[in-house]
Design a protein around this ligand. Structure first.
Ligand code: PYC
Length: 310
């Protein structure tokens, strides 16, 4: 299995070029469901240690349905198949350029959540124009055993987010353990209390937001991903969901650009345009760097061939 690894603001992406199971035909959403239901062992073996690493997202290249797209892609982490992934799309675009498959300019990429547009500015810098993102519930309260009542907004940016703004704990590297524990407890409470998206979709990510002390930076976030790791990048789909909340609250005008940082200080430039269905069309600019080109090996005699399951 040939893969190319990259990181976007510190968050790793592994693009799988070949050697993956055949997901058959149908829409990308149908093929993503098949991947989740029938091929868990495959994607876990690629993401888990010792082959993978914590927080890594896989990007499986598939044939697009829409022939105007340069590729189709299905993203996943060790615990879930994702609707879309912003940092992964920046990493994938830089990888496609590295492979000589695309040049500087605009390209379309099909994901289970819909078609996104990417603009490759140079070997490392990409703007993703995401699918329409929206806030679906405001000021939702959850009773969380570990920390009491927590209130947040529920928004969609290609995945489902519970966004707490302002964060009750400072969004700083020293607090990563505390933020992780609290966000896991919040996600578990949302599931136990039946709180989710507009059709009951489960919350898969939790976001803590806070204003930045640096006047050049609008805000910082901590984002918990389905695999219970935090996003090292400011999370493209999470930033999209957040833009939808800022727009709905009248706190950010269309076209106004802000800088959002992750908990480790990596940043995206963000803006939006109004969407056709009352949401926002987010624009996310970030940088990715290739870290490895590799062939993954699966030795029959390796006791950890399928990864370390804990
Ligand atoms: O950037 O959208 C994102 C993302 C989702 C999970 C990890 N990164």
């Amino acid at each position: 299995m040939h893969v190319i690894d990259s990181h976007t603001g510190g968050e790793p992406t592994r693009v799988i070029l070949d050697g993956a199971p055949d997901l058959g035909s149908g829409s990308l959403a149908e093929r993503a469901k098949r991947l989740a239901a029938e091929h868990q062992a495959f994607y876990r073996s690629v993401m888990l240690e010792p082959r993978g690493q914590p927080a890594m997202v896989g990007a499986l290249l598939v044939e697009p349905v829409d022939p105007t797209c340069v590729t189709g892609v299905i993203y996943f982490d060790v615990d879930a198949v994702l609707g879309m992934c912003g940092h992964g799309t920046i990493g994938l675009t830089v990888t496609l350029a590295h492979l000589g498959r695309i040049a500087v300019g605009q390209h379309r990429i099909e994901t289970p959540a819909g078609v996104v547009t990417v603009e490759l500015h140079d070997a490392n810098t990409v703007t993703v124009t995401n699918i329409e993102s929206r806030r679906v519930h405001q000021n939702v309260s959850l009773d969380v055993a570990a920390c009491g009542k927590v209130t947040g907004d529920i928004a969609y940016g290609g995945n489902w987010f519970f966004i707490i703004d302002p964060s009750p704990i400072p969004v700083e590297p020293a607090n990563i353990r505390k933020l992780t524990d609290m966000s896991i407890a919040i996600r578990e409470a949302s599931i136990a209390q039946g709180v989710g998206g507009e059709n009951g979709e489960p919350i898969d990510h939790v976001v803590f937001q806070e204003a930045s002390p640096d006047p050049a930076v609008h805000s910082r976030n901590f984002v918990l991903c389905p695999d219970e790791n935090y996003d090292r990048s400011p999370c493209g789909t999470g930033s999209s969901a957040r833009l939808a909340c800022l727009a709905a609250d009248g706190r950010l005008a269309p076209g106004q650009e802000i800088i959002q940082q992750s908990v480790i200080g990596s940043s995206y430039r963000l803006s939006y345009q109004p969407g056709p269905n009352g949401g926002v069309i987010p624009s996310i600019t970030g940088q990715a760097f290739i870290t490895a080109e590799a062939t993954l090996l699966f030795n029959e005699n390796d006791p950890f061939r399928v990864g370390i399951e804990t």
